[in-house]
Design a protein around this ligand. Structure first.
Ligand code: NI
Length: 140
């Protein structure tokens, strides 16, 4: 039956896919410990940040944090279950995940370029509020 001919309208979705060149984005950053938002997905953010020197000891009550080194290297200092201080060097192409509740402090003896992946709610200094705290992050 001609009347049965179904003309279905396929909804057109706007496809927004663009690649992001991490080195180009990093070249736009001229400060330290000030993360920029490079991407967002599923309530998480991909951030880019340059480390230099020691950060502040802190922990995140609710968020796990991923740190991946793009250029340079840094040392992740942390406190284990017994409160003992430990540290791990993270080299280019390596990453480390800091579980929620873990006291940690990144230290970069020389400038280090890092990709962070964490929930959008994550404050860079976690439970601390000091000169390192950045509440409003710019997109890059
Ligand atoms: Ni942290």
């Amino acid at each position: 039956m001609p009347g049965h001919l179904l003309l279905r309208t396929v909804p057109h979705r706007l496809v927004l896919m663009k690649k992001i060149n991490l080195q180009e984005k990093l070249a736009l950053i001229n400060d330290h410990w000030n993360p920029r938002i490079a991407g967002e997905l599923n309530h998480q953010q991909v951030k880019l940040v340059k480390f230099q020197g020691p950060f502040t000891w802190h922990h995140h009550e609710n968020e796990d944090e991923l740190f991946m080194v793009i250029n340079g290297r840094f040392k992740m200092e942390y406190r284990d279950e017994s409160g003992g201080e430990k540290s791990i060097w993270i080299e280019p192409g390596e990453m480390i995940i800091v579980p929620k509740g873990t006291e940690h402090r990144p230290v970069a003896e020389e400038e280090c370029h890092v990709l962070l992946f964490e929930p959008a709610t994550t404050l860079n200094t976690g439970n601390q509020d000091n000169e390192f705290t950045r509440r409003e992050l710019a997109a890059i």
